[in-house]
Design a protein around this ligand. Structure first.
Ligand SMILES: O=c1ccn([C@H]2C[C@H](O)[C@@H](COP(=O)(O)OP(=O)(O)OP(=O)(O)O)O2)c(=O)[nH]1
Ligand SMILES: [Mg+2]
Length: 151
């Protein structure tokens, strides 16, 4: 497997944190850390959401995106997830990557500086081009959906 090189710009408030990294040899995503101030952890009350800074800006090569996905441990243990999952980082975005976290659990959740809050997955993008038609080809499913095949 050939790695795709992505330029990363650590912002001033990233200082002292570790760059996202694969935690195991076969990991699909790199865990990304909260770049919140040391003395100002983000406390999410049940039902509350926040845009959590990562302290990183990137330049993804054209033809790729980065998906921001939740960590299953945080979701299963604390009800913490990414509200817009999977978040999309476009190849032309140069702002800071932020993680939109929501606490769907029953207890407040505190996000400390350096905590691994989500994972970044690099993915190829296939762009589509429309061809407008007057009718679509028939299929057995037709317009059936939303549970049409049963539960
Ligand atoms: O979880 C996310 C999702 C998006 N972004 C940044 C990178 C992305 O390239 C940009 C725009 O995201 P998106 O297209 O999902 O949001 P939008 O509401 O359509 O905003 P825009 O009008 O800027 O495209 O915001 C993040 O930092 N984190
Ligand atoms: Mg958009």
């Amino acid at each position: 497997m050939t790695d795709v090189t992505v330029q990363v710009l650590p912002l001033p408030h990233f200082a002292g944190l570790d760059l996202p990294a694969y935690e195991t040899a076969g990991s699909a995503g790199m865990d990304v850390r909260a770049a919140v101030p040391d003395r100002e952890p983000v406390i999410l009350a049940p039902g509350q959401r926040a845009m959590v800074p990562t302290g990183l800006s990137v330049a993804i090569p054209e033809g790729y995106e980065i998906q921001v996905r939740p960590r299953s441990g945080l979701a299963a243990k604390h009800g913490l997830t990414c509200l817009n999952t999977p978040g999309t980082i476009d190849s032309d975005y140069r702002g800071e990557i932020k993680v939109i976290l929501i606490n769907l659990g029953a207890e407040p959740f505190t996000i400390q500086r350096g905590e691994r809050i989500a994972q970044l997955v690099l993915a190829p993008v296939t762009r589509l081009a429309w061809t407008e038609v007057e009718a679509l080809g028939e299929t057995a499913r037709g317009a059936g959906g939303f549970g049409s095949t049963g539960r």
